[in-house]
Design a protein. Structure first.
Length: 431
């Protein structure tokens, strides 16, 4: 990477959002430097289920083929269980939602259409009358996104640890200092620096010292192998008056993810006994053999459930985006949908600007903060409200929980309308 030039943009972080920002800007003719601490495939249990809104955003960016050739598993809706009863909630009809917006310079040569592979079929995603989501092994998906970015001639990749955001004497951001193995600490300059360093962001506080997330609960995850899911190709939400929510979704032909909610930032001291005592009795019968096998192996993965309201990007020369900017409860699986649509809106707002006109870029970023509220606020509020309802810990909330399920059982608009508020289609939220 050349540190003698001024890039149009530096992108810090190559999780889900960073490569999409870098690719979109590169296709708009911008010279982009993307920095990642480790380009090896990560092993994480977050970012595994993408709602249709996220798939639609990938189409808008011309990056939807990132879900191909990784044994990704189709998702057609939710299946909600309550004290043993079950109701299916399918994703909406495409006819009820606005068409996917194809971004100029980004969508070309059919890159807004999925390819045929062993698990993703063109007819299902392109011709089905309903929207579809997708679930996958996170690291494989990330590798695909990074590969798409690497093919852009305007993108320079570097492996290193970002240790500082560079500012001038006016306190405006002018680049980043990167610690690169073999080169030491190198300063790179750019007209605009994007902070996309995720859940545990080091640099989100550059917006404001109190821009820090709160953690109120957690999930304990396991991998179930060759599980017999009660509702194939559905995200399972298992509720009950005597237990915390349990999420189950298949991420490959062999592997199914289970996430068990725990109403504390700190997971139980003895996870195995907690699983046996407080979770196992409420697992659907068809899942019990694979669940019991996973518990006996004891390979538990914990993740915090963070909440972080967005702040305005009001620092000249910098844009914080993705989980570094804004987080909500993962119960509704909205993180990637919000983040990817943020990229779509961002490219629309500033993609054609000259980034050296920093005041103009700042004006657009200030507008961007309010425009994104039309979709992010719905998803954010809903995620917190639904978690409070589904994790009901008072008699009043338990009554509401039961009423909610009975409402779903009525069918028709009682399931069709609520699902539109989930991260199914950001366009439906904007209308």
């Amino acid at each position: 990477a050349d540190n003698t030039i001024t890039y149009d943009a530096i992108v810090i972080g190559a999780g889900v959002i960073g490569p999409c920002v870098a690719t979109g800007l590169a296709r708009k003719g911008k010279k982009v430097l993307i920095v990642e601490r480790d380009w090896a495939m990560p092993d994480r249990i977050v970012g595994e289920l993408m709602q249709p809104g996220g798939v639609r955003a990938l189409r808008s960016l011309g990056m939807v083929q990132s879900i191909n050739n990784i044994e990704a598993y189709p998702v057609t809706g939710y299946s909600v269980f309550y004290n043993g009863e079950q109701v299916d909630i399918p994703y909406p009809y495409k006819a009820d939602i606005s068409k996917v917006e194809k971004l100029k310079d980004l969508v070309k040569d059919g890159n807004d259409k999925v390819l045929e592979d062993s698990t993703i079929h063109i007819k299902d995603y392109e011709d089905d009358e309903r929207e579809r989501g997708v679930a996958f092994v996170h690291g494989r998906f990330l590798n695909n996104l990074r590969s798409i970015t690497a093919q852009e001639p305007n993108v320079t990749r570097v492996q290193g640890n970002c240790i500082d955001i560079l500012k001038d004497d006016k306190n405006e951001v002018v680049g980043a200092k990167i610690d690169i193995d073999g080169r030491g600490k190198v300063e790179f300059k750019a007209h605009l620096t994007f902070v996309c360093d995720g859940i545990f962001s080091r640099f989100r506080k550059e917006l404001h010292p109190d821009h820090v997330p709160t953690v109120g609960s957690s999930f304990v995850g396991m991998s179930l192998f060759n599980a017999k899911n009660p509702a194939p190709m559905h995200g399972h939400v298992i509720l009950g008056s005597e237990h915390m929510p349990i999420l189950v979704y298949q991420i490959s032909p062999e592997e199914t993810r289970i996430l068990c909610a725990y109403n504390s930032p700190k997971v139980p001291a003895d996870i195995k006994s907690w699983m046996v005592k407080d979770v196992q009795p409420f697992i659907p019968k068809s899942l019990r053999p694979s669940f019991d096998d996973a518990v006996s192996q004891g390979k538990f993965r914990a993740m915090p459930n963070s909440y972080l309201p967005a702040r305005q990007n009001d620092v000249t020369g910098m844009c914080v985006i993705g989980d570094a900017l804004n987080m909500r409860h993962p119960l509704t699986g909205g993180g990637m949908t919000v983040g990817l649509h943020d990229v779509v809106l961002l490219i629309k707002k500033i993609g054609d600007l000259d980034f050296s006109d920093r005041e103009k870029v700042l004006d657009e970023l200030l507008d961007y903060h309010f425009e994104r509220k039309s979709y992010d606020s719905v998803i954010n509020v809903l995620s917190v409200a639904l978690y409070s309802l589904f994790a009901a810990d008072t008699d009043n909330l338990k009554a509401l929980q039961k009423g909610c399920f009975k409402y779903f059982q009525r069918g028709g608009d009682c399931v069709n309308k609520p699902v539109e508020f989930c991260p199914v289609s950001y366009q439906s939220l904007c209308n």
